[in-house]
Design a binder for this molecule. Structure first.
Ligand SMILES: Cc1ncc(COP(=O)(O)O)c(C=O)c1O
Length: 555
């Protein structure tokens, strides 16, 4: 056969395979969210192109083109706010300033509290203290004795109230004290913890780790090991810790590898990918995404054009999880619920109980440590095993020095003991209704005060949404601090309540939010004009970036 004919025949034979591959690639592309959050590789590339720059003082007050009289209001308001924050917490701020240079974590969170253009001026003029001297009830007290109601929720750890965890920690330390730092062997309370976790998760085995990130990493590794498939499916916007494979896109120095980031809740393209591909080891679900499917965690630094949307539809999300369960079962894909954040907050049996779906593996962390650091994986027996008896050299290695530390196991024991008490069970009774009613009451108060913000709630986790466009919504977190409300560095994206908040505490929170918003409004930050509209904001920012990128300066 002549060479040309041979090549043509070979090309023809390879065509169906190439077409099939292209078709599968297309299916995968369609299952990605059209936003950058769904395209981690592009997000990462584009993030590298975004030039850094800071607004001058003049630009800071006029970023939306507000007239001079509004700018003057803003200047006076910010000066007053700055002075009040400094006056109330001078010692706390002095120590924060002293330690910042040597504390990388603080530099990072300080920089990403607000959109980057405003960040430098904010750091110089609106300092927030990073130290607390004590905590009690629902309040934190700083080094100057200034008290704030705690809406940080300690990153979600604080489900039952600060004093609850103080008691668990003390009990845990006392219990573990007989062993001190003995590791490798276990304190007897571990037997009880394992039995309770098996019952709570409905799964066969448990492994202990030191953080939620580590637990997720181990669950994914085990799923890959047992299915002999490479890819993990996670959903757009979901956080699963800072480990590479589950944090593709910006925030991670390595490019995304064996991870598919697909559209969330009810998406037919995603289901098609799960039903047809043969390379998927596991599907990782963070049920917190029910509050904002397909969106990243709602930090104030991303509140660039003032728009943020959220909303929880329990029935729709429940149906989605049931569908995922069914597809994973049909396809031999491991369904992993990452309950590090929501575990024990929605129901005693966690998200599995709340949504009525049994996963193959569940990760817990945060609150389960009773105030001490922990990560836990629960899973079916055939998935948890780290070795193959028939191939002794083929293992899935995982060990950690501090896993199952006596003090942590003791505090977990105290936590799990308390979980069974009638007092704690009573907290769970009518929980959803109570918190939905509280969110509704909060929103009514905002309407009555004609304020442009509302909350969307997943039980005791709230996200603030704004009804006006603005370049300045992120400033509210500073007015809230002035009013005595402490938020984490993500700002108004999350109010995390502990379940010991009384109706009186909620009324006080609402009163303080109203007061803070009224100040913000009076100081002119919510002025509306052509430059405060989302399209105009985006256009202005794009222009600034292009100028910076191509000329190295602006204006
Ligand atoms: C759902 C989820 N998974 C994993 C993690 C990581 O846990 P850790 O911060 O303990 O490593 C977090 C932390 O916020 C989380 O919310």
């Amino acid at each position: 056969m002549p060479t040309e004919t041979l090549l043509a025949t070979l090309a023809l034979a390879a065509l169906p395979a190439a077409l099939y591959k292209a078709w599968r690639r297309l299916q995968l592309s369609r299952a990605k969210h059209p936003s950058l959050a769904g395209h981690s590789l592009w997000a990462k590339r584009i993030a590298r192109l975004v030039p850094g720059y800071s607004y001058t003082e003049a630009e800071f007050f006029a970023a939306d083109g507000a007239p001079p009289e509004v700018q003057a209001l803003r200047r006076a308001g910010l000066a007053r706010l700055s002075q009040r924050l400094r006056m109330r917490s001078s010692r706390t701020l002095a120590l924060t300033a002293e330690v910042r240079e040597g504390l990388s974590d603080l530099q990072f969170t300080g920089r990403y509290r607000v959109p980057f253009q405003f960040s430098e001026y904010v750091r110089a003029n609106l300092p927030l203290g990073a130290f607390w001297a004590s905590a009690e009830g629902v309040e934190l007290t700083d080094l100057d004795g200034t008290r704030c109601i705690d809406l940080t929720g300690s990153y979600g750890v604080n489900v039952f109230g600060l004093d609850f965890y103080k008691a668990c920690m003390a009990e845990g330390l006392a219990l573990g004290n007989s062993l001190g730092p003995v590791l490798g062997g276990y304190h007897p309370c571990v037997a009880d913890n394992v039995a309770r976790l098996k019952a709570i998760s409905g799964l066969d085995e448990v492994s202990f780790h030191m953080s939620g990130t580590e637990a997720v990493m181990q669950a994914v590794r085990l799923a890959r090991y047992h299915t002999r498939k490479r890819y993990v499916v996670r959903f757009t916007g979901a956080y699963h810790g800072w480990w590479e494979d589950v944090q593709p896109g910006p925030g991670n120095p390595l490019p995304p590898r064996e991870t598919y980031t697909l559209k969330d809740m009810g998406d037919a393209d995603t289901l098609r990918v799960l039903r047809t591909r043969t390379d998927i080891a596991c599907v990782l679900v963070n049920p917190l995404q029910a509050l904002h499917p397909n969106r990243n965690a709602p930090g104030d630094s991303t509140l660039v054009d003032g728009q943020r949307s959220a909303g929880f539809d329990r029935a729709a999300y429940t149906a989605w999880l049931h569908t995922l369960r069914q597809v994973c079962t049909e396809r031999g894909i491991v369904l992993i619920f990452d309950e590090v954040f929501v575990g024990f907050r929605l129901a005693p049996g966690g998200a599995q109980e709340y949504f009525g779906v049994q996963a193959d593996m569940v990760t817990y962390g945060k609150t389960l440590g009773g105030g001490l650091p922990v990560g836990v994986v629960c899973g079916r027996q055939h998935l948890m095993q780290r070795f193959r008896p028939e191939r002794p050299a083929d293992i899935c290695f995982a060990r950690g020095t501090f896993n199952a530390h006596p003090a942590v196991m003791g505090a977990m024991h105290a936590f799990l003991n308390r979980l069974q008490t009638p007092e704690v069970q009573a907290i769970y009774s009518g929980l959803d209704e109570r918190w939905q009613a509280r969110a509704a009451a909060f929103n009514r108060a905002m309407t009555e005060a004609s304020l442009p913000l509302r909350v969307e709630a997943l039980s005791s986790i709230w996200t603030v949404t704004y009804q006006l466009p603005s370049r300045y919504h992120w400033l509210l977190q500073f007015y809230l601090r002035e009013a005595g409300l402490a938020l984490s560095w993500v700002g108004t994206g999350r109010f995390i309540f502990s379940l010991n908040f009384s109706d009186a505490d909620m009324a006080e929170v609402t009163r303080r939010v109203v007061a803070a918003c009224q100040h913000m409004q009076a100081d002119g930050w919510w002025w509306q004009g052509p430059g405060s509209q989302p399209k105009a904001i985006r256009r202005k920012i794009l222009k600034e970036m292009l100028q910076m990128r191509f000329t190295g300066k602006r204006g």
